[in-house]
Design a protein around this ligand. Sequence first.
Ligand code: FES
Length: 147
Amino acid sequence: MTSFTVNGMPLHYKLDMHTPLLWALRDASNLTGTKYGCGTGQCGACTVHIDGVAQRSCQVPIGSIEGTFVTTIEGLSGDRSHPVQQAWAEENVPQCGYCQSGMIMAAAALLAKVKDPTDDEIDQAITNLCRCGTYPRVRRAIHAAAR
Ligand code: FES
């Protein structure tokens, strides 16, 4: 068994320690906002925060994160939308939307670390893939959220 906190709730998982966090979240905890894209750490659709750092949950065995604090898209905001989510809505960022929860989690982690990132800092930090090509709107929304 391994235990860690997800969106403020202490959880205990009786799963194989090698189970990727992505599947523990989606299948055992029904937190389906975290998406499966590639399963190989390339696309970023599965991005969550572990102790505040953006991580690709398909690459994180649950046995390696005992005692950590995990935040998923469902836990990013409290009663009101997170500023990144507000900016995403204002800039109409999503097209199909599939990759966007991972994008938002990556953006929120960046802004928690760098208050007003440059375009270069955004491009280096947000390596998530979007097949709809929403990258220019993602960048605009991050600048808007930084204001
Ligand atoms: Fe994890 Fe693509 S599903 S990086």
